[in-house]
Design a protein around this ligand. Structure first.
Ligand code: GTP
Length: 318
């Protein structure tokens, strides 16, 4: 079975960081988010199809140099085709029911249970649904007797059809992918799903967590969620506070790390306090308190920093 992972977006909300690293290759707890997603696929999905536009060269290099335990097919787009167009572009590689993921979602969804429901209901498509308090910034669905009967884009307060939003994870039969015109920029959410609403389009609400890691704040949150309790217990150059992860190649001296701090490969820091932050690879730092920041790769810091993103292509406060 195949899973398509949509990894072609520009990642504008994470600029200037995404000028250096395409969003799917940005690490979550020191592992690129797309690699995490591929590894998390249930065994029955033996092939991951990566739909790529922006960042094609980096993605090809990354996956051709590694074996991550699944067959990887990289399908390039000359122009960004949008979510639907990108899926259609992968059509020649699919053999039946296909899972599709937005590549920047970190969630607790149980794909095996979702697949069981998809088969049992005989759905043409099943969309993972996530409940939010305020759906006014999202695509909302009307959900009746297990089926999605209507879509609503960014509803005004008081007019919401429900509090359930599209969580960017789908199981689709080929007939849905066949509805998408080839070689055209198409949004599956806006142009295809509304046509199938009420006609075999099912919802799969789930609980736990759901993070779209596309903004600086949510990228940090996705890192801390991915870190979980699997951090570094002790380090000879640092005192560890709470959850923290220090790459084995990092060199630390007289530091306090955590809670929620991730230190990447080949980082060298001395006399620093790092909390609620992600330090990407090859960063040097000295004598600073760093809180709520994303720093790297390949930059240096020597002053206190708060809620700042520092990348080789520029610095922003968030
Ligand atoms: P922003 O520019 O910050 O909004 O990020 P983004 O470019 O990733 O867009 P968005 O978060 O809306 O995209 C959702 C998912 O679809 C992400 O996993 C993107 O990589 C993917 N995506 C969006 N547009 C395209 C596209 O034209 N082609 C492909 N292959 N993937 C896309």
């Amino acid at each position: 079975m195949e899973a398509i992972i949509l990894v072609g977006g520009l990642g504008t909300r994470l600029r200037p960081l995404t000028h250096t690293i395409p969003k799917p290759l940005l690490p979550l707890a020191n592992v690129p988010m797309v690699e995490r997603m591929v590894k998390k696929l249930p065994e029955i999905f033996d092939t991951a199809i990566l739909a790529v536009n922006y960042g094609l060269n980096e993605m090809e290099t990354y996956f051709y140099e590694r074996d991550i335990g699944k067959r990887i097919i990289i399908v390039p787009e000359d122009e960004p085709l949008g979510t639907g167009g990108a899926m259609r572009n992968c059509f020649d590689y699919i053999t039946g029911t296909t899972a599709v993921f937005n590549g920047d979602i970190v969630s607790s969804i149980n794909l095996e249970n979702m697949l069981k429901q998809h088969v049992k209901t005989g759905a043409k498509g099943t969309l993972a649904l996530w409940e939010v308090d305020d759906p006014s910034r999202f695509g909302v669905v009307e959900f009746k007797n297990g089926q999605i009967t209507q879509f609503q884009e960014k509803p005004e307060k008081g007019t919401e059809l429900s509090n359930l939003i599209n969580a960017g994870t789908y199981l689709l039969e080929p007939e849905i992918l066949e509805m998408i015109p080839a070689n055209k920029k198409i949004s599956i959410e806006r142009e295809i799903y509304p046509k199938v609403a009420g006609d075999g389009l099912y919802g799969f609400p789930f609980e736990g967590y759901f993070i779209d890691s596309g903004t600086p704040e949510s990228y940090l949150a996705a890192n801390f969620k991915s870190l979980g309790k699997n951090g570094t217990a002790a380090h000879n150059g640092a005192s560890i506070r709470g959850n923290a992860l220090i790459h084995e190649s990092a060199k630390l001296k007289d530091c306090i790390i955590g809670p929620n701090a991730i230190i990447g490969a080949n980082v060298e820091i001395e006399k620093c306090v790092i909390r609620e932050s992600v330090i990407l690879s090859n960063v040097n730092g000295y004598g600073s308190v760093v809180e709520g920041c994303i720093i790297g790769p390949e930059v240096s810091f020597e002053k206190d920093l708060r809620r700042t993103l520092i990348s080789p292509k520029g610095t922003i406060a968030f």
